[in-house]
Write a protein that binds this ligand. Structure first.
Ligand code: CP
Length: 314
């Protein structure tokens, strides 16, 4: 069974192939008749141990538009509450013969662990601070559709990079596609080794946003900061919140992105989130298309061998 556990391991051809497939899925989603028979007869289970609005609902719609039977495991009402472990929960569901398990969990490596245990495809829908591959793919699709390319564009990823699986997956993908990636954040919100990942480091928004084609804002993940440095919201917004003044440093036609959920007035001003340069709603639309593309690529035999991620063929 083939899995999508991260952007790491995907090459330029894999990514381009998925984005091309997703472009076709956008057309399907814009039709009145949205249902196809691509995954007819197959069963998809969404297993989300962390909260989600966008990812879970778009995976559900993606599966339904491809004709799969989709089951959302309600972890909050499950025997996880009685102490059942991640692996026991997954193996219980595995016994019901799903074809794909979509997993979100607070621990890095959770999806990879399940991929070794279950007898179906596994898709990582976010694992701790590690990766969120379908988010990076939907961001790339949004950028490619607006700018026509990913190579040689300047993307500034701003804010709480330290806790962000979205940032990690985006840095990996954008580097693979030949974009120039910058991270803009206070030193306290940057992980070690970020430069080695292929990102130029900036601590000032004015310098980091200069001539950027894309300004990607990240949510300040205060729930992951227990006991550590928690910046004051007012001060954070003053130095790192995206407002009209700071956005002026970027190119005039720069895209403003945010994976959601947004903290308005913390990392982004409302007038910018809702402004003419914002593509935040397009990102959500592309989310359904990218998830359709990923499931088609993993589960339909005509795509076999067309992808090269870790876990394929396992
Ligand atoms: N961007 C993202 O993953 O959003 P959700 O947490 O709402 O799924």
């Amino acid at each position: 069974h083939r899995h999508l556990l991260g952007i790491k391991g995907l090459n330029e051809r894999d990514i381009t192939g998925l984005l091309d497939l997703a472009d076709e899925a956008v057309k399907i989603s814009r039709q009145r008749e949205k249902k196809t028979s691509t995954l007819r007869g197959l069963t998809q289970i969404n297993l989300f141990f962390e909260a989600s609005t966008r990812t879970q609902s778009s995976f559900e719609l993606a599966g339904k538009r491809l004709g799969a039977d989709v089951m959302n495991m309600s972890v909050g009402n499950s025997s996880v509450k009685k102490g059942e472990t991640l692996i026991d929960t997954a193996m219980t569901l595995n016994a019901m013969h799903p074809d794909v398990l979509v997993v979100r969990h607070s621990s890095a490596g959770a999806a990879a662990l399940l991929a070794q245990k279950v007898s179906c495809s596994v898709i990582n829908a976010g694992d701790g601070q590690h990766e969120h591959p379908t988010q990076a793919l939907l961001d790339a699709l949004t950028i490619r559709r607006a700018k026509g390319k990913l190579s040689r564009i300047i993307v500034a990823i701003c804010g709480d990079v330290l806790h962000s699986r979205v940032a990690r997956s985006n840095i990996l993908l954008l580097n693979q596609m030949g974009a120039r990636v910058r991270v803009v954040a206070p030193a306290t919100l940057l992980p070690s080794g970020i430069a080695e990942m292929g990102a130029e480091v900036y601590h000032s928004m004015e310098e980091g946003l200069k001539d950027a084609d894309v300004v990607m804002m990240l949510r300040l993940q205060r729930e992951r900061m227990a006991g550590a440095f928690v910046p004051s919201v007012r001060e954070y917004f003053r130095y790192y919140g995206l407002d009209a003044e700071k956005l002026k440093a970027a190119k005039e036609d720069a895209l403003v992105m945010h994976p959601g959920p947004m903290n308005r007035g913390v990392e982004i001003a409302s007038e910018i989130a809702d402004g003419p340069q914002s593509v935040i709603e397009q990102q959500v639309e592309m989310g359904v298309a990218v998830r359709m593309a990923v499931m088609e690529a993993l589960l339909v035999s005509q795509h076999q061998g067309g992808l090269n991620n870790q876990g394929y063929g396992a």
